[in-house]
Design a protein around this ligand. Sequence first.
Ligand code: PEP
Length: 256
Amino acid sequence: MKTYIVGNWKLNFTVGEASIYLHKLLKSLPIYRDIDVVVAPSLLALQPLSLQIDRHKMKLAAQNGFYQDYGAYTGEVSFSQLRGIVDYAIVGHSERRYILGEDDKMIAKKVDAAIRNKVTPILCIGETESERAFGETSDVIKDQLAGGLREVSDDEIDKVIIAYEPVWAISSTKAAKIATPDEIADAVKLIRKCLADMYGVKLADKVPVLFGGSVNSSNAGGYLTVPGVNGLLIGGASLILNEFVDIIDTAKRVRS
Ligand code: PEP
């Protein structure tokens, strides 16, 4: 299976800044056939950046998309509009769940809309600090997986990527903690078991599972060797070009 290195730029960079970053990234990136390098800029930057990227070297992701294809939904951008511009979309990120109130029902519709429009959803799941403290981690993971994948059939599950992002490990969370490889291994094992229960082992094995939460160039190698982890979703560190390039180099080293 490929390795995925995905940078989530969140609400950072103007279109001009994003374009300069991308120009430099493309200059320092060779073509890696076994690594998918992906960045998720703001929606505003996607169209111009889609004309700038070399798709052999890297791909674009949306940070969000709407579940209806068109209609009276002021302010939304649909996956049918994103089709052809992005290859991936982050869906159900914890910042959208907890700041913007997205629930599993809405997230399931977005996953479905992405697949319908040939965009691979990267479905983010993960427990908060208090859910972990109350021993609810397994239930949260199971519920968010079952909820987010509600509309996904056996024929479609190989078009989905799961990102395990414990909310307490995300760098923007107040007093974020660093997840240990053992904690990640346990969660990823559970994710793979849930997927196997839902779709059977053969199909579940085809689903890439990424880890995200305060990943940087120093810890990326360790996280990439956690059993069952197929890549990384990176927020803060992806905004620093050298860091992001170091993480991609680390992935190449660890995976070859
Ligand atoms: C994220 O928000 O998806 C994320 C993983 O952020 P960070 O790497 O900054 O913790």
